[in-house]
Structures are given as C-alpha cells and as structure tokens.
Write a protein that binds this ligand. Structure first.
Ligand code: RNT
Ligand code: ZN
Length: 414
C-alpha cells in the first residue's frame, strides 16, 4: 500500500473522498501576481513605490527587465501545482526601445508580449490599472482628486485598462478580472470626507460606462482601511466598495490585509456570498499591519479556504495572491505562497462538511469541536504529495533544489 492509498483509506472512514478532492483542486485557478518578482516596480517609471504600500528587503536578484521577470515567473510556475492565472499591473506595459506611452494612452499592443507569454503557458490573464507610483498622483489622490486634470488623467487610465482587459479576455478566451484599487486617502483628519468619495463614485461610473463585454470582463473594487501615510482616511473604504459594487453590479474584492486587525475576511465571505454572484479575494498575510508577507498555511488562510469551499462558491470566487517580500528569494516567495493557498484549499476539500454542518444544526458542539481537532492530524501531507505528483511538480522540499540552482546560475549574476 502506498502512503496515498493508506491516507485515502483513513479519510474514507470519515466519509471523505480524497480522489474527488484532488480532482476538484486541479480545476481551481489562482491568480499569481507578477509584482512579487520585482518589488512592485514595473517598467514604466523610475520613481519610488507610492500609494501607501511598501516592500521591505533587498535580497539580491530582483527582476529588472521584462525578460528577467518572465524567466523568473516561468521558474515559479514550474514548481506550483494546479492552475495559475497571470495577474498583471498596467505599470508592466512593454514598450519598444525608446518608446514611452503614459498610462492614459496605454493600448492593448503594449501588452502583446504578455499575451504571448500567457498563451505559451496556457494561462488566463487578470489585470490591474496602476493608480500609484506615478507623477500624476496629486496629494495622494487619483480618481477622487479635486483637480479636474488629474481626475481626467486617471479616468482615461481606467478606460484604457478596461479595453486592455477585454483584449486579454478575447485573446486568451478566458474571463479577465480587472481590479480597481485606488490608494486615494489622507494622512490627517479630512475637513471633507464626502466630496472625495462623491468624485470617486462619479469617476468609477464614467470608467464603467465604457462598453465592455460583461460575460468576459469582471471589474472588481478593492477597499482598504488605511495605507502608510494615508492613516486617517481612505476614499474607497469597505462601505464604499461594497455598496458601490452592489449598486453597479460589479464584484467586491476583499484583501485580508485591509481590515482592522481583529476583523477576519473568513467571517465576511458568507455575507458577501448571499448578496453577490461573485466575490474576489486578495490572499495575503498581514503581520501587525498590511505588511503583505508571503502567504503561509496559517489559521486565517485555512479558514478563508474553508468558507469558500463550504459555501459551495469555489467556482464563483476569483482567488488571487497579493503579497510582496523583497527580503527573501522572490521566486521562492511566489512558490511558497502559491503552494500554501492550494494546501489550504485541499485541506478544506478534505473536510467531512456535511457531517460537520449537521452537528452544528443539531447543536452537538462538543462533537463538532472534537472532530475539527481530529481532522488536523489526519495524513493530509500524503494527499498533498499526491496532488503535486499528479500535477508533475516536485513534492516535499524537492522544489527548493531548483530555486537554489536558479539562484546560483541566474539571480546571483544580476
Ligand atoms: C494594496 C492593495 C493592492 C496592491 C496591488 C499591487 O494595499 O492590496 O491590491 O497590493 O495592486
Ligand atoms: Zn490587494
């Protein structure tokens, strides 16, 4: 008997079908963010990272060119089991030698290299307009700026990106999520909280009134509680984002680093599911603040995965990773997070959920608690290894060998 067969027999005694869980997990697509590879730098500016987000660490080997980023991304993909989706930011536009096009004038052709890359790897593409790290951000505001020229510039950027998103969807023949995250906010107490939000609403309305294929392109709106240097006020707060998304028929995006520390996204999902056809996730790991540490198999990641799976909403949840750590090997960072979210999903798929729901319904809390604890020590690792094998990626820590070789041969020479 192999270890997998033995594990399968043990899970079967709990009424859990391991083969079915593996099969389901293979279908789940997780968007892998290009920005982990270069510390959210992009290719269209030389200035610092702005928008109240921060990458710390200067581990050697950061990707500096599209070629380097693509090669690194490819290396990460080869070590991640299951389906990935390419997640791009507008700041990663590819320009011909000597060419420069500002963000409000971007065209689909500036992303042809990425489309080719996605097709080569059989990936769908998600997209993000980039409302930060740019001289046209004025007083930390973009779409909510009182300065009409500034606001116009960013509206044009949003519209340009919507067209690019549609191009991605058509080229890859897969849906494209386009996520709107605007860092707009204030360091100190605003005199007027209402007007920036009113302008934000108007700007988003104008962007979304551009015709786009609603069966292929899914705009999402991401809220945030605060950013670095934007501590007192963020325009797109949770209330703004949820109400706007509901009113306008777009998808809310919840990033688990964007709430007060004792709030959990895992507890928010079921409420969102009741009112939204689709929900989008940025899975990250906030350590004391929205620090965007690499995702690991921690309690909240497990609980988020459990909520997605047990609400029966795996197929209508857009799952994306969003973190950036510059203090460790960046490719390993991609792989660790991407493997961890899949471990969490597998763990959720291996729960005897019908039995557990019945226990809750019948008020048998003692038994439910007992069962939850017993599940934690089942031979989960053997099922995970099997999943990796079936996806033809290295099991256990064997994948790290490739990282070491790549670091020696490629990264250390940058
Ligand atoms: C920032 C948001 C946002 C960004 C990316 C780069 O706090 O989480 O999603 O991380 O767009
Ligand atoms: Zn995010």
């Amino acid at each position: 008997m192999t270890r997998y067969e033995s594990a399968k027999a043990i899970y079967a005694t709990f009424g859990v079908d391991c083969d079915a869980a593996i099969k389901k997990l293979k279908e789940v697509e997780v968007a892998l963010h290009c920005w982990q590879g270069d510390d959210v730098t992009g290719f269209d500016h030389d200035g610092p990272l702005s928008g109240g987000i921060q990458v710390t660490g200067n581990y050697p080997g950061r990707a500096r060119t599209p070629e380097e980023l693509m090669a690194d991304y490819e290396t990460a993909l080869s070590l991640i089991p299951g389906k990935s989706k390419l997640n791009l930011h507008a700041s990663y536009a590819l320009f011909d030698k000597g060419e420069f096009v500002d963000r409000n004038r971007l065209e689909p052709r500036h992303f042809d290299g990425w489309v080719e890359f996605a097709k080569k790897h059989g990936l769908g593409i998600d997209f993000n307009p980039t409302f930060f790290s740019h001289p046209r951000v004025k007083d930390n505001l973009t779409l909510s700026s009182p300065d009409e020229q500034t606001r116009r510039f960013w509206i044009e950027h949003g519209i340009a990106c919507l067209k690019i998103a549609e191009y991605f969807a058509k080229e890859t023949n897969r849906p494209t999520v386009i996520n709107f995250w605007m860092p707009d906010g204030m360091k100190d107490i605003p005199a007027d909280r209402l007007s920036p939000r009113a302008r934000m609403k108007e700007s988003l309305d104008e962007i979304l009134s551009t015709p786009y294929d609603k069966t292929l392109v899914f705009p999402t709106l991401e809220s945030k509680v605060f950013g670095i240097g934007l501590e007192s006020y963020t325009v797109v707060s949770a209330e703004f984002a949820l109400t706007y998304a509901k009113e306008r028929g777009i998808t809310p995006l919840v990033d688990n680093g964007h709430y007060h520390p004792t709030e959990t996204v895992s507890d928010k999902l079921s409420s969102l599911y009741l009112f939204h056809d689709r929900v989008a996730l940025h899975v990250t790991r906030p350590v004391r603040w929205d620090s965007d540490h690499v995702v690991i198999l921690d309690d909240e990641t497990l609980e988020i995965a459990k909520e997605v799976v047990e609400s029966g909403r795996l197929d209508s949840t857009f799952i994306a990773l969003d973190y950036f750590d510059g203090s460790i090997n960046r490719i390993a960072a991609w792989v660790i997070g991407a493997r961890s979210i899949r471990k969490a999903l597998l763990f959720a798929l291996l729960r005897p959920s019908a039995r557990m729901k019945t226990l809750q319904k019948e008020g048998r809390g003692t038994e439910l608690l007992m069962l939850g604890e017993e599940l934690k020590t089942l031979p989960f690792g053997d099922v995970w290894e099997r999943f990796c094998e079936e996806c033809s990626v290295p099991t256990g820590e064997a994948w790290f060998e490739k990282i070491k070789v790549y670091e020696k041969e490629v990264l250390s020479k940058r």
